[in-house]
Ligand binder design. Sequence first.
Ligand code: ADP
Ligand code: DP6
Ligand code: CO
Length: 329
Amino acid sequence: MKNAAFRAHTNIALIKYWGKEDETLFIPMNSSLSLTLNELYTDTFVSRLDEGAKDSFILNNHEQSEEETKKISKFLDLFRKEAGISSAFRVESINHVPTAAGLASSASAFAALAGAMNQVTGLQMDPQKLSTYARRGSGSSTRSLFGGFVEWQKGTSSEDSMAIPIDPADWDIGMVIVAVNKTAKKISSRLGMKQTVETSPFYPAWVSSAKDDLIAIKEAIHEHDFKRLGEITEHSAMKMHGSMLGAKRPIIYFEPDSMKAIQTVKKLREEGLLCYVTMDAGPNVKVLCRLSEAEKIKQKLLEDFTEEQVLISGPGPGIRPLTDNEAQV
Ligand code: ADP
Ligand code: DP6
Ligand code: CO
């Protein structure tokens, strides 16, 4: 018997979150803005256990280690505290996205778990408040509460560092995802950003320019100015990776195939197609484009990559409970 089942979609940041002001509360150094993706998501099932039981965590049908389960328990504690309960839970999750590969599995993961815990505890927080809880599992998951373009406002405290839906992205917006390498990264986002904050002389420049980019990208979205949206997006990603190169030791998520995909996008742009690259903490490349032109871009990428590596996605929705039929696993 499952007590709650939720689906959350991943999101890819156009203005990146990279660095924490408060590592315990997951308060970021800068506000960020993302696009929720329709094709990549996590389904999470939570059941309340009998008194005396311990939390358990099963990911993609594999029982997880004590260390992984501890991370989940810490997150569940936030809900237990708010609801005034002490019971343990069984968490089962299926990622329809490669895990820990820079395709934002932690974003859909903790948004789905937050949704399920909100239901199973009867807390019934509104999505905005719930986004402040999701944040404590993984910062990027804050934004996955909502669909379309979403801002994560840094805020001034744990209570107002939350997600705000900005725009449904229903004006011919799409992404082509190039899965250069789906295996788990060696340096987690958490560790990578910590090392950058602590050792990169470029980091302060990243923070101040991210503030300006956020203002500009919101204007571009408001005006449906796709070219400007794309240019700001690509610039933000490259600046984030630049800040990582300045870390001691340097953090490099690029692989030769990442560069190949970037070159293809550059060439397509020279031919007049509006398409722009973004990359996260992993070698995979995402191409922001017009959804109506995504197939054309995919075909070009297929000259170097396989069908299994290239995926088109339109904008996705916010979190939602799974229907009884969908929850039959
Ligand atoms: P990504 O680029 O995939 O977001 P991160 O390094 O940010 O990579 O996060 C990966 C971590 O997120 C995993 O090691 C695991 O701890 C956690 N995670 C991923 N998927 C799930 C899930 N479905 N449920 C709970 N935790 C998850
Ligand atoms: C490069 O949210 O995965 O994808 O908060 O430590 O769990 P934690 O990190 P995470 O970092 C995401 C970094 C990024 C940029 C982004 O999604 O904004
Ligand atoms: Co992540």
